[in-house]
Design a protein around this ligand. Structure first.
Ligand code: UDP
Ligand code: MG
Length: 320
């Protein structure tokens, strides 16, 4: 079914790996060695599109030296650090493969799995997810918050994202072409990757520890990432304002009736300071909360309206 996609000079199907890299000079050698070794027998025409996301170490220099020696290695270098999501977007924009696989540079996405994914792709699946059968390497807090996030996300959004699936997956050219048509500036890739749908399947793996270096994401970054993900794919949080407001109105109406009745039968009594304070503070809190939520969405609209480019490329190597 994918044969018609391979329209290159030699009739081989093309495989693109997309690798975002931010200060990864310590893993680059072992990454290329492992990946090229795993893929040395495949019959596909391989390209590895590496994005240097404004690294401050010698990632770029290293990538250049590899790209010079091996034409399959291609480099997009950003003018500064734009983040993993823009880096993957750039790689998607440049990649030419019939099958496309985003993969982390730190070998936490085991390259051996690529072979399994390709098999499934040949069987006719357009998307092959790599699901972590365990997240032992992630620590208790990260694991549980991730679990909690996925279930919340799926309750709130129409786009279903399978849990324990990262960005590591195989996507057919048709899926990638749909993703490239999604114009939004706030790019929650996990969601965008799932938005097109198509026939999908899963392969399982154990997520290993990072090969070298350390994670580029701290809890604060992840928390903001989660908010951004939900706000990009669901308007339920602002809609919740309607229900919370309604509930408070009904409750205060009942309370008002109670006060009126009480006053009619028992006269006026002055105390009531505590209940007034509670009501004022409670309502103030709720109002601030929903104002913040509104701000989140308005900020998003603002970002889209400004229509700034997602990333700035300073140079490319090996790409047209
Ligand atoms: N990354 C990036 N830009 C950033 C942060 C991370 O391109 O601003 C890349 C990083 O180089 C790696 C991938 O995203 O290839 C995943 O990052 P990391 O391994 O630090 O995340 P974790 O596995 O801890 O979630
Ligand atoms: Mg990692």
């Amino acid at each position: 079914m994918n044969n018609d996609n391979a329209e290159n000079n030699n009739d081989k199907k093309r495989l693109s790996l997309l690798v975002p890299m931010y200060n990864e000079s310590s893993v680059i050698p072992v990454f290329f060695e492992t990946v090229l070794n795993v893929l040395k027998e495949v019959t596909y025409e391989l390209e590895i599109v590496c994005v240097n996301d404004g690294s401050t170490d010698n990632t770029l220099a290293l990538l250049k030296s590899y790209a010079e020696k091996d034409a399959r290695i291609k480099v997009i270098s950003f003018s500064r650090n734009f983040g993993k999501e823009p880096a993957m977007t750039a790689a998607l924009d440049y990649a030419t493969g019939d099958a496309i696989i985003p993969i982390d540079a730190d070998l936490q996405d085991p390259p051996e799995l690529i072979l399994e994914m390709l098999e499934k792709w040949e069987e006719g699946f357009s998307v092959v997810f790599a699901r972590r059968s365990s997240r032992e390497s992630d620590g208790l807090v990260k694991r549980n918050t991730a679990l909690w996030f996925y279930s919340l996300f799926n309750k709130m959004s129409d786009t279903y994202i399978p849990s324990n699936v990262g960005d590591y997956r195989l996507m057919d050219r048709r899926v990638v072409d749909v993703i490239k048509r999604l114009p939004e500036k706030d790019r929650f890739m996990k969601g965008l990757f799932c938005w097109p749908g198509f026939k999908s399947t899963t392969v399982e793996f154990e997520r290993p520890e990072r090969a070298e270096g350390e994670t580029k994401f701290n809890m604060w970054k992840l928390w903001n990432f989660a908010i951004s993900g939900i706000a990009s794919f669901s308007t339920m949080p602002i809609r919740a304002g309607i229900y919370v407001g309604l509930m408070i109105s009904v409750a205060s109406f009942v309370y008002a009736m109670f006060i009126v009745t009480k006053t009619l039968f028992m006269g006026v009594d002055v105390p009531g300071y505590a209940s007034i304070m509670v009501a004022v503070l409670f309502l103030g809190g709720i109002q601030m909360f929903f104002l913040g939520l509104l701000g989140e969405y308005i900020g998003r609209i603002y970002k889209e309206v400004k229509n700034r480019p997602l990333y700035v490329v300073e140079e490319t190597i090996g790409l047209g």
